[in-house]
Design a binder for this molecule. Structure first.
Ligand code: FAD
Length: 442
């Protein structure tokens, strides 16, 4: 490949120019070829919404800097493009990313600077040098350690893009054309705009509003953070490190840390205590959960928000995850897979450990016996029922909180809203019984 540049910057989950230490490290080597590889393993593992979101952000980056996009196994593509030059990256810490980088690093000099996290996985440890198992202790040490200042933005970066791979660009464009949901605006400028808007309008009330799916009181930055369109360090530089918002960013670092130390926890129970647990495989009920037709309004609203937008409010992620694991007695990876297929912020560390937290098999075990009651959760966090009415049109004629209990209204089923597929009280008792049995076996 004809090029005169001195180094390669291989972009992955760091699709930005601002606050990008790996890009600065590459530019310190001289002129740089900026590369993105459409990796078939990542591409085929993501659902169409997440593919479209990735594609939109790669193309947004390509509008900002000369970026050469290729398609193929990075272990083949990167050495070919590098042609003996150093390759700069920001460290990837997921099990797949680590394997991939080992394969590439065996063939080229791979220089990792920074990571997608404020504090990289493996860094925060207790006095004995061991990883933390519990969030609150991790968060304390995370804050004490702190993070570096944002990196400066390169002024006129010396970047070049050799001839593009037409197939790779076509794949990206097709993915965007096939997007099953309306994507948020892609790219760094859009991410910063959202952050500035949220800082101005939402940050002060975040601690109280973040649990209200009807109010949209959260930043909606997860899709950008997932792809590194914006770095958490940039956000932390703008806020009080003791704030609730910083704590939420810490959860993201924590789960990445857990995954780093326990790569198998991506798809297996982190804590073995519940390994004797009995699970069901109720196909029809799981399908009702997926399609938002369980007959429990807040569960259905959340699952339809996910289908329609590729995003779901955090409180409702917990409620819907609890419903699948505790009311339908389904092992959490089934739900985690479905979420990863549909979420545009789908992230193996946050998603799969979020699921394990709800299922009781993960860190900080939200104790297994904590079973979310979909009706009382709905009434508490969507008190006027606005969230449910927004996503479940069959119920939008019901006033106020009645919408959470259509069975109490003589009009509740007049628009063909489905009947409840299970009785929550019965299934709660069943879940607790199974839990007791599993603990006894252990
Ligand atoms: P905000 O409330 O504005 O929070 C700011 C940022 O903090 C988020 O963007 C996110 O990066 C981080 N954050 C907030 N809460 C959490 C948390 N509990 N765990 C980890 N990071 C957090 N988050 C993902 O980014 N990807 C996922 O695939 C994902 N799957 C989840 C699955 C389940 C079952 C649960 C319970 C949670 C999951 N989360 C996931 C965490 C959380 O729901 C989302 O990060 C949040 O809803 C994103 O919306 P936001 O950007 O408006 O969040």
């Amino acid at each position: 490949m004809a090029t005169s540049s001195s180094a390669v910057m291989w972009f992955r989950r760091d699709l930005r120019v601002r606050d990008n230490p790996a890009l600065l490290a590459a530019l310190a080597d001289g002129s740089v070829t900026a590369l993105f590889v459409v990796d078939p393993a990542v591409w085929s593992g993501a659902g169409p919404a997440r593919r479209a979101w990735l594609a939109a952000n790669v193309l947004a980056l390509a509008e900002r800097i000369p970026l050469t996009v290729h398609h193929g196994d990075p272990a083949d593509v990167v050495p070919r493009v590098a042609h003996g030059r150093r390759v700069h990256v920001s460290a990837e810490t997921t099990p797949y990313g680590r394997r991939r980088d080992e394969a590439v690093g065996a063939q080229v000099e791979l220089v990792a600077t920074g990571s997608p996290y404020a504090v990289g996985p493996g860094v925060v440890r207790n006095g004995s040098g061991d990883p933390y198992q519990v969030f609150t202790a991790f968060a304390r040490a995370w804050r004490d350690r702190g993070w570096s200042e944002p990196a400066p933005t390169p002024r006129s970066p010396d970047l070049e893009a050799p001839e593009p791979d037409g197939r790779a660009l076509a794949l990206l464009e097709e993915a965007i054309a096939d997007a099953p949901v309306a994507l948020p605006a892609a790219g760094e400028d859009a991410a910063w705009r959202r952050w500035h808007d949220f800082r101005r309008d939402g940050l002060d009330s975040y601690a109280t509003e973040r649990d209200r799916p009807d109010h949209d009181g959260t930043s909606r930055l997860s899709p950008y953070l997932h792809l590194g369109v914006l770095h958490p360090r940039s956000l932390l530089a703008d806020i009080d490190p003791a704030s609730t918002y910083a704590t939420e960013l810490c959860w993201r670092d924590f789960y990445a840390d857990v995954l780093w130390h326990h790569p198998a926890s991506a798809w297996a129970d982190l804590r073995p205590a519940l390994k004797g647990m009995r699970y069901d495989d109720p196909e029809d009920a799981v399908e009702a959960w997926r399609t938002g037709t369980t007959g429990y309004p807040i569960v259905d609203a959340g699952m339809r928000q996910l289908l329609d937008t590729g995003w779901m409010h955090n409180r409702v992620r917990m409620i819907t995850a609890s419903f699948l694991t505790k009311d339908l007695h389904v092992w959490w990876p089934v739900g985690a897979r479905h979420f990863l297929d549909l979420l545009i912020d789908g992230d193996v560390a946050s998603n799969n450990h979020g699921w394990q937290w709800v299922a009781g098999t993960g860190t900080d075990a939200s104790p297994y016996f904590r079973v979310f009651n979909p009706v009382s959760q709905g009434k508490r966090f969507d008190p006027q029922g606005d969230y449910v009415r927004r996503w479940v049109p069959e119920l939008d004629h019901l006033p106020g909180a009645t919408v959470h209990e259509p069975w109490t209204s003589h009009l509740g089923y007049e628009r063909d809203y489905p009947l409840r597929i299970v009785d929550h009280g019965d299934e709660r008792r069943e879940a607790l019984e199974r839990y007791r049995a599993a603990r006894t076996v252990h």
